[in-house]
Design a protein around this ligand. Structure first.
Ligand code: DGL
Length: 268
């Protein structure tokens, strides 16, 4: 049987990546781990996130995965090197693909990043963007409240708009033309982010979602001949807490009936 792809995030956000991978490679089987007992990662120290990331990766290895996708920017920012050194399968993060997509999208060379406090502190986006093009101006800002809003499904209306106004004003002040959603939870709020950013800037702005960019990166790594198979791959979901709550959010998000989801609680 073909080996699955392992994917992990602190919670629901990484499903944006799982959805993009599923769309691009429908025949691939996926095992998704949401570390819901320890979400959020973005407010914790780098050392703690590295420890959590190793725990998630080790559990996914027990499913004999062929490739690991770190579908969390915070973990990609602080733990990718450590995971790549420890594992003897390919390990892909979301920051480099998001950075490349940001550079491709900008016209003015002024790129805003919205991310967790941990990702902003790691400086990972600045490094990744400058490794592609060192003439870019990068402005990274934390937007921590977007994580609980996304987990809650509260993605439009007054409350997310107010949060977006507060978080986006500093990026509008420096006149970015592109905003990279540097947290896998944030694409759930992309409509609100896009609208508020355009209002504050007075012009349209490109919103880059690193989930899509990450799925594109996998094209270079997967043997896509297996994707000609008419059989769709399986999706197994593991969570470290509250499986029922996660399941209903995930089914809303993936557009699948809850009964159709294979979701299991685990301990790490
Ligand atoms: N989804 C995660 C990220 O991309 C983080 C959310 C959190 O746990 O703080 O950074």
């Amino acid at each position: 049987m073909a080996k699955p792809i392992g994917i992990f995030d602190s919670g629901l956000g990484g499903l944006t990546v799982a959805r993009a991978i599923r769309g691009a490679f429908p025949a691939e089987s996926l095992v998704y781990l949401g570390d819901t007992a320890r979400v959020p990662y973005g407010t914790r120290s780098a050392g703690t996130v590295v420890k959590y990331a190793i725990g998630c990766a080790e559990r996914l290895l027990s499913f004999d995965i062929k490739l690991l996708v770190v579908a969390c920017n915070t973990a990609s920012g602080v733990a990718l090197g450590e995971l790549q050194a420890r594992l003897d399968i390919p390990v892909v993060g979301v920051i480099q693909p998001g950075a490349r997509a940001g550079v491709k999208a900008t016209r003015s060379g002024r790129i805003g990043i919205l991310a967790t406090a941990g990702t902003v502190a790691s400086g990972a986006y600045e490094r990744a963007i400058h490794s592609v093009n060192d003439a870019m101006s990068v402005f990274a800002r934390p937007a921590p409240l977007f994580v609980p809003l996304a987990e809650e499904g509260w993605v439009t209306g007054d409350v997310p708009r107010l949060a977006a106004q507060r978080y986006l004003q500093p990026l509008a002040d420096v006149d970015v033309d592109t905003i990279v959603l540097g947290c896998t939870h944030y694409p759930l709020l992309s409509e609100t982010i896009h609208e508020v950013a355009a209002e504050l800037l007075g012009h349209d702005v490109a919103i880059v979602d690193s989930a899509e960019a990450t799925a594109t990166t996998l094209t270079e790594m997967l043997d896509t001949s297996s994707n000609v198979s008419a059989q769709p791959g399986s999706l197994q979901i593991l969570v470290t807490d509250l499986p029922a709550q996660f399941g209903s959010a995930a089914s809303r998000f993936l557009g699948k009936p809850l009964q159709g989801l294979d979701i299991r609680a685990i301990d790490l």
